[in-house]
Design a protein around this ligand. Sequence first.
Ligand code: FES
Length: 191
Amino acid sequence: MSTGNELARVAAAETGTGKPEDAVAPETLALIDTYLRDHPGGTERLIPVLHRVQEELGYLPFPVIKAIAERLGISPIQAYGVVSFYHFFTTTPRGRYQLKVCMGTACFVRNANSVLESVHETIGLEVGGVTKDRLFSLEQVRCLGACGLAPAMMVNNEVYGYLTRAGVRKLLQGLRAKARTPHPGGEGGNG
Ligand code: FES
């Protein structure tokens, strides 16, 4: 969600006092350019290209939003407005796999703490943290609407239920192995 500070940073970027485009990694610029080249069209490509870049980076830094906006011929403020409107976009670092461990009542009484502990034991993450390789981030939420599956955790858009310590460990190890496997065609391995 947007804050006054974030908007100020976007405005600074637009007027040239923020981070210049050369702060964007060349691979990220190449990803944007490739996506736009492979998907000809107009500004309707904004959301898909934002998705593609966030899938790769785990979040959308301001210089990246600005670079995308410039290529689509819209203002960075306009692009930022879209990013801040949709909850699935984030301007703060998150992992490629966003773990949301439910600590709501149903999950709590079914030992949701052990899920958090297993995440910590397996990938060393505390709540609010992101792994150094930006593969995983960890949040705690109140209810996923899947109380019948307690204890539950979401990984990106998918809910995993009846979790045990061993189950969590296996799930995270599987995701890590999947992330290390090259994806034909360059598509990300979310979900
Ligand atoms: S309390 Fe965990 S899913 Fe509802």
